[in-house]
Design a protein around this ligand. Structure first.
Ligand code: GAR
Length: 195
């Protein structure tokens, strides 16, 4: 299965996926391209060092639909079947979501449906929850609300700041994202073998 990864920044989840695919932990798959909407995203250089093709597709004043149409075209050119959002901080258009039905997934640093949106580690601390974590989910038209694939829990400590909590959640995100992709690829393989 060809995988396309969308990023906007640091790209640590992207690197975790690329490394796992290269190590053979996600059989029968390949990361075909990493696309960033930000030319300054640190993840771009990391992807290049991993020998993965990178593209920068900026919004440049275009509508969301025009921007997404260019991304759809580039992903289709490379026969991408699974799109992984890895810190991609922009909403996708309906057109994009319908272009890859049930094949767009996202990782989010809270136990959804708790704390969708932004600054979610601070939201968790402010709410006083004792457990937070991360969620890998399918992307639909509603923000951070698609069907959940898997979650991993992380304890919220009394002295946590948003940064310390984010760091401990991120450690869990990398393994969770690899596990979710492995499941999706293997389910797709079972489905195609039985056809
Ligand atoms: C990760 O914590 C990811 O869960 C979060 O952004 C960070 C990206 O880090 N995504 C969201 O908040 C999406 N709603 P990374 O660029 O190092 O993977």
């Amino acid at each position: 299965m060809k995988i396309g990864i969308l990023i906007s920044g640091r790209g640590s989840n992207m690197v975790a996926l690329v490394d796992a695919v290269k190590r053979g932990e996600v059989p029968d798959s390949e990361v075909a391209v990493v696309i960033s909407d930000k030319p300054t995203a640190a993840g771009l250089e990391k992807a290049r060092k991993c020998d993965v093709e990178t593209l920068v597709i900026e919004r440049r004043g275009r509508s969301r639909e025009e921007h997404d149409a260019e991304m759809i075209a580039e992903l289709r050119k490379r026969d991408v079947e699974l799109v992984c959002l890895a810190g991609y901080m922009r909403l996708l258009s309906k057109d994009f979501i319908h272009a890859f039905p049930d094949k767009i997934i996202n990782i989010h640093p809270s136990l959804l449906p708790a704390f969708p949106g932004l600054n979610v580690q601070q939201q968790a601390i402010d709410a006083g929850v004792k457990t937070s974590g991360c969620t890998v989910h399918f992307v639909n038209e509603d923000l951070d609300a698609g069907p959940i694939i898997l979650q991993r829990e992380v304890e919220v400590k009394d002295n946590d700041t948003a940064e310390t909590l984010a760091d401990r959640i991120l450690e869990q995100e990398h393994g969770a994202y690899v596990e979710a992709v492995r499941r999706i690829v293997s389910e797709a393989r079972v489905a195609s073998d039985s056809m």
